[in-house]
Design a protein around this ligand. Structure first.
Ligand code: NOJ
Ligand code: CA
Length: 666
């Protein structure tokens, strides 16, 4: 009997020991650690980076329909695997990417019901991520809330936009963590010791997108808050299924965040086996003229921009200036019924726009036409016409489509960033892939790296972009110095830079106010050099030079724009402070492009070229702000010069207030 009791106690102790024992998983170099354990049957994790505590013990789990909590677990088994591979993206910031991590998978049993859940942690040198897997067959899983939590260890400085279930087009706040109550992701912060952290998600497919809500009792703690369906539930699905990855980027420098390929690595490889038809391009557009109010989208305005004649003019300019594509907005009927249901059928051209003639003309000049599907938010109508719309473009030789969702979602009860819309966006992505069409999604849900799996999903707006400078108080210079470390971490951005007529005065007499926030005092808040630099700084595989061609024709600085590629072999952030400035170097073949932008303060930057080939002398052509340039009153003055440099060279370059520069080395 005594022996029996002793054995029982040992078993109890050892099973308890297993449950309360921490399991540690380290990144390949050992600089990043994640610890996981159960504490009173709650599964919790914490993380340290280079011996600094980043995240304190934080909860995991779910609340399902009928207040059914899936939060109390026993660990049945754990598996560890290591992974190391180098893969080649179809386009991006690098020609090859290393995917190297250690993974821990915990097989959990719910202590209250006989059911199971798996959680996997992947730990990289530049961050970590976790994902839930509901492994058992279940025809209906309704998630009311995901309980994943981030309990930060101190009151970090952070950069964030307010969570909004319908738009991402906002300016950033820079506050302490305690002052950030409900935020969208990517949510970026810096610890007192100078470690940078950013929270986002990867592989968002048939789930709801996440925001982060501060805990009312603990202002350093943020819980995942999923954008709900109309009936209040967060996710409606069936099992087995896996959630998106909950991603934590971590780096010792701001630049390290922007250089990370964590999001791409956490997505599945391409399901499109032959990607030879997918090509990054630079493009111009019959676009800015509408935003300025010089012309209009609707034909009955009497100021129609998308005419055959105007398109041919733009195609001619593109063909002779190294621009590979042209987007034409307002080509199809429906704009006169803006806001009405079924306004657009996505296939009928206005009578003054002969789409076949335009596409044929473009083809003869080696220029791609980027088609346009503006839905006005009418998802019901778009889904009804989707096959037809893509099949039509495919049949006439259009390989790129810009989509747009400017307007309240129809069905009106659904949120723009909820699961209903994620299903929709991903359906459009898959339909486009079937028709070999590449996408530029405006008013998207926040990107999550799905472009690795569907490389035809090229670029996204989802940012307060250039258009705001045409009809609102605009974007301050600090905005674009913040984006590479916040929204930019979610993936490519169709910010649409490259405005040369900064004051927007050239055609002032032709402008008609069309948008409420327009006070009649609009302008771009940067210098001209800053605008060129943005085309290198803000990555997009469809990169726009957004101004009217009248403002580019015969402009000596445009030769810098002509040379900028839309995909890169290598990327290095040379220097940066979030919201203040960034200097980035990107390589395509043997050519390096170095670009810098600054906020409302001028500054002198030193650039050392130690990353260049040691045995080569390079010709450096640069375009930079003139001494008196200033984004407010002297925005278009610039200087161009040429010199030679080697890997041992160092140069100093000044950026004006709201200014920037570009250097091309070959
Ligand atoms: C908003 C988009 O961001 C913009 O690029 C487009 O021109 C308008 N909607 C009209 O579709
Ligand atoms: Ca927009």
């Amino acid at each position: 009997m005594k022996d029996y009791i002793l054995l029982f106690l040992i078993l109890l102790f050892s099973s308890n020991l297993f449950a309360e024992n921490e399991i540690t998983i380290e990144s390949p170099s050992g600089n990043l650690t994640v610890n996981i354990k159960t504490e009173n049957n709650r599964l919790v994790y914490c993380s340290s980076y280079k011996n600094e505590h980043i995240i304190n013990y934080s909860n995991l789990g779910f609340v399902l329909k009928n207040n059914d909590s899936l939060c109390f677990f026993r660990i049945l088994k754990s598996d560890k695997v290591s992974f190391d591979e180098t893969w080649k993206p179809v386009w991006g910031q690098y020609s090859s990417i290393r995917n190297n991590y250690n993974q821990l998978t915990l097989h959990l049993q719910d202590t209250r019901k006989n059911r199971f859940l798996d959680v996997s942690f992947r730990v990289y040198d530049d961050g970590f991520a976790f994902q839930y897997n509901f492994p058992e067959h279940n025809p209906e899983v309704i998630i009311i809330s995901e309980e994943s939590n981030y309990s930060f260890s101190e009151n970090n400085k952070c950069w964030w936009i307010w969570a909004d279930y319908n738009t991402l087009e906002k300016l950033y706040n820079n506050t302490s963590l305690k002052e950030a109550s409900h935020v969208a992701t990517p949510f970026t912060m810096k610890t007192a010791k100078g470690t940078y952290i950013c929270i986002h998600e990867a592989a968002l497919d048939d789930y709801s997108s996440m925001t982060l809500k501060q805990d009312l009792k603990d202002s350093l703690s943020f819980k995942v808050n999923l954008v709900p369906w109309a009936d209040g539930s967060a996710v409606k699905t069936s099992a087995p299924f896996k959630t998106p990855w909950r991603v934590v980027f971590i780096s010792s420098s701001a630049g390290g965040l922007a250089e990370s390929s964590l999001l791409q690595n956490l997505n599945e490889p391409s399901v499109i086996s032959d990607c030879s038809w997918i090509k990054p391009i630079k493009y111009i557009g019959i676009w800015w003229e509408m935003h300025l109010g010089i012309s209009a989208w609707a034909m009955n305005s009497g100021r129609h921009g998308a005419t055959t004649e105007n398109a041919k003019r733009y195609i001619d300019f593109a063909a002779s200036n190294g621009i590979e594509g042209l987007v034409v907005e307002g080509w199809n009927t429906g704009w006169e019924n803006w806001g009405a249901k079924d306004a657009f059928d996505f296939v009928t051209s206005y009578p003054d726009f002969n789409i076949r003639e335009v596409v044929e003309y473009a083809r003869s000049k080696g220029v791609e036409i980027i088609g346009h599907h503006e839905t006005g938010g009418d998802i019901v109508a778009y889904e009804k016409n989707l096959e037809n719309a893509f099949s039509f473009y495919n049949s006439i030789g259009i390989k790129y489509v810009k989509t747009g969702y400017a307007g309240p979602v129809n069905p009106p009860t659904e949120n723009h960033h909820g699961q209903y819309m994620i299903r929709h966006y991903n359906k459009v992505m898959r339909t486009a892939a079937n028709y070999k069409i590449m996408l530029d999604v405006h008013e998207p849900v926040i990107p999550s790296g799905l472009s690795r799996t569907y490389p035809n999903l090229m670029t996204f707006e989802g940012v307060r972009g250039m258009e705001w400078n045409a009809w609102s108080e605009g974007n301050p210079p600090s905005h674009t110095c913040t984006l590479p470390f916040t929204r930019g971490l979610a993936g490519p951005m169709d910010y649409t830079p490259g405005i040369f007529d900064i004051s927007e005065q050239k055609f002032a007499d032709k402008r008609v106010k069309w948008n409420g926030p327009d006070t009649g005092k609009t302008s771009v808040h940067s210098t001209l050099c800053n605008q060129i630099a943005l085309m290198v700084v803000l990555y997009s595989p469809l990169q726009m030079a957004a101004d009217l061609i009248e403002n580019y024709e015969n402009h000596t600085a445009f030769k810098f724009v002509s040379q900028i590629p839309a995909t890169w072999d290598d990327t290095k952030v040379l220097d940066a402070k979030i919201g203040e400035y960034i200097v980035i170097a990107r390589r395509k073949g043997n050519k390096w492009f170095i670009a810098g932008i600054t906020n409302e303060n001028s500054r002198v930057i030193s650039v050392s070229f130690n990353f260049l080939d040691k045995n080569k002398t390079y010709t450096l052509n640069k375009c930079f702000d003139s001494e008196n340039a200033h984004f407010e009153n002297n925005s278009i003055e610039y200087v161009m010069s040429r010199e030679t440099v080697k890997s041992t060279s160092d140069i100093k370059i000044r950026m004006a207030e709201g200014g920037g520069f570009i250097m091309i080395l070959d």
